[in-house]
Design a protein around this ligand. Structure first.
Ligand code: BDP
Length: 588
């Protein structure tokens, strides 16, 4: 692994996207180096949900001022994990409001005594609004559940000889409002004959469980006081030679930061998606960060298992439906050469108020945070700014024009899309996307059981979109609910045979247009996942080709055969990001 001093290349010029980025500072993934140390705060935290009627007792009694155990009983809560499925208390599973986390930690003396050391507290994500106190001092607030945030706490820990003890308190609120991403509404039930006083429910318009808490790692890390704040790498390939430009936002410094870098370019024509100048076909999956017990909590064994399954399947891509995944997931994609459509948490934008100026400003801010975090991952080949918004609403046209233009300004090197289920003739946002990503559920949500209609309806869908926009198309979702172990022949809905038969019909329709202008197919879904309870869902969404425990249904074998066939035809199954990947290249 080559290393160079930052000063040697910090002089390359101003930060490329600096003028476009409204956000101050970078969000480099914390890595150990000769000049940086890290200390994980993962493990058991003290935890309490504020069950008071107003949910504000914690603030009224200032729970952050003293150790949490002194203001009442606490639970042991593992971090990272969602808090919902950990305890046997059903009230916690459905809890809406403020929960409190606390962790005490002892710092090494050199962190607190050496004033040339900068100490940073970094939270991988907190769903969805977070307030952070260090030793009782309010240090930071952050809105948005799926992206990291951090604060320099040097001045709080470098205060005297006995300053090595640290108490971190984080209050997190999982309430979703019309202007959060994803949006939601709190509905007060006022019929006193049916509901107790003050009764409320959280309504959402998305199909996954609103898991919450500290779902990714929390850590402390150090840098020198003059440090590399951000790096932006742009790459290019020309006649088999590689061009690589790196730009930093500070310098010269003696800080060491090692950034694995892959080389690839992305371009879109009228009918093709080009990676390194070659036509690329997405044969992959949609995922969720979901597992039993941990909810959306980050978990290495689960991640490695999922990648082994992706490789087994011959998948070359996935979409981070419907929110940004943990940074470690993208690092794995870089390592394995799995291409990513990186989606922001704009899912369930179905009401006119979801397209307000407040929502738009927050949406742009989230895109800034997402691009800032993920811009250097070679695996990321496209940004998705939303999933299935009500894009036929008049206000959606202006909204998506603004959000997409903003994202392109943040990152001119990647195409931008959103995933639609609107009618091609009514969609007001489609004019602004680079690739048409369309979801459809023929013979599932329409014409139940009529598999014989799929090819005709799919063909019409593709032709309509293509003749209107002349842009490449990805079938970004299709699938069927399937209860593992249900068998029925001839196939009936919910059986493994029906899922297989539905996929086969879709594949015939896809093969008609593959090589013309259809540039990808992503099955819904990689694995079964938890949703809200409704009469339509049997312990969650069962459209996975794997169960929630990651065991294959019959359709997984069908898809495996298809993906490897396509991979062999296109020659490089897992190579798009990796083919010219210079892992651990000299970024120090
Ligand atoms: C699509 C949504 C996805 C759902 C899926 C389904 O994008 O989040 O889970 O439908 O109904 O419309 O299974």
């Amino acid at each position: 692994m080559a290393r160079r001093r930052a000063a040697a290349w910090a002089a390359l010029g101003p930060l490329l996207w600096g003028c476009a980025l409204a956000l101050q500072g970078g969000m480099l993934y914390p890595r150990e180096s000769p000049s940086r140390e890290r200390k994980s705060l993962d493990g058991l935290w003290s935890f309490r949900a504020d069950f008071s009627d107003t949910r504000r007792r914690g603030f009224e009694e200032q729970w952050y001022r003293r150790p949490l155990r002194e203001s009442g009983p606490t639970l042991d809560m593992p971090v990272p994990s969602s808090f919902n499925d950990i305890s046997q208390d059903w009230r916690l599973r459905h809890f809406v409001g403020w929960v409190w986390y606390e962790r005490e930690v002892t710092l090494p003396e050199r962190w607190t005594q050496d004033l040339r050391t900068r100490v940073v507290l970094r939270i991988g994500s907190a769903h969805s609004y977070a307030i952070v106190w260090v030793n009782g001092v309010n240090t930071l607030e952050h809105e948005g559940g799926y992206l990291p945030f951090e604060v320099d706490i040097s001045s709080l820990v470098q205060v005297g000889p006995l300053s090595s003890h640290l108490r971190v308190t984080i209050a997190i609120n999982n309430t979703l409002t019309p202007s959060t991403l994803p949006p939601g509404t709190i509905r007060y039930m006022t019929d006193a004959s049916r509901y107790p006083k003050g009764y409320f429910v959280q309504n959402t318009d998305f199909d996954f469980f609103n898991y919450a808490g500290l779902q990714r790692s929390v850590l402390l890390y150090t840098t020198p006081t003059t440090y590399i704040d951000d790096i932006t790498v742009t790459t290019g390939v020309q006649q088999d030679s590689v061009r690589l430009t790196a730009q930093t936002s500070v310098g010269p410094v003696s800080d060491f930061y090692t950034l694995p870098v892959g080389i690839r370019t992305v371009a879109v024509t009228e009918s093709q998606f080009l990676i390194n100048g070659k036509p690329f076909y997405f044969h992959g999956v949609n995922k969720h960060e979901d597992s039993d017990i941990r909810g959306k909590g980050f978990d290495w064994p689960l991640l490695v298992k999922d990648f082994n399954l992706l490789l087994w399947l011959g998948a070359n891509a996935f979409r981070t439906s419907h929110y940004p995944y943990a940074e470690e997931v993208l690092q794995m994609c870089d390592r394995y050469g799995i291409v990513v459509i990186d989606e922001c948490p704009a899912v369930g934008l179905v009401l006119p108020q979801h397209f307000s100026n407040t929502s738009m400003n927050h949406h742009m801010r989230v895109m800034e945070e997402l691009v800032r975090r993920d811009k250097n991952h070679p695996a990321v080949v496209m940004w998705s700014v939303a999933n299935e918004p009500a894009s036929s609403l008049e206000s959606a046209g202006y909204y998506f024009k603004m959000v997409i233009t903003h994202t392109k300004a943040l990152d001119p090197s990647r195409p931008v899309t959103f995933v639609t289920n609107s009618n091609y003739a009514a969609d007001k946002g489609a004019p602004y996307v680079d690739v048409i990503c369309v979801n459809s559920y023929y013979s599932w949500y329409h014409d139940y059981g009529h598999l014989e209609l799929i090819q005709l309806q799919l063909g019409t869908q593709f032709e309509n979109w293509y003749k209107t926009y002349h842009k490449p198309i990805i079938q970004s979702e299709y699938g069927a609910e399937t209860i593992v172990g249900f068998h029925q022949d001839p196939p009936l809905m919910f059986s493994e045979e029906y899922q297989k038969a539905l996929l086969e019909q879709y594949h015939l329709g896809l093969d008609e247009k593959r090589g013309k202008y259809v540039v990808g197919e992503l099955i819904w879904n990689f694995a079964d996942f938890m949703t809200n309870q409704t009469p339509q869902r049997v312990l969650g969404n069962k459209k996975g080709i794997f169960t929630r425990q990651r065991q294959p249904k019959a359709a997984a074998f069908l898809l495996r055969e298809r993906y490897w066939k396509i991979a062999n035809e296109t020659r490089y199954p897992h190579s798009a990001a990796k083919s010219q990947c210079l892992e651990n290249s000299p970024f120090t």
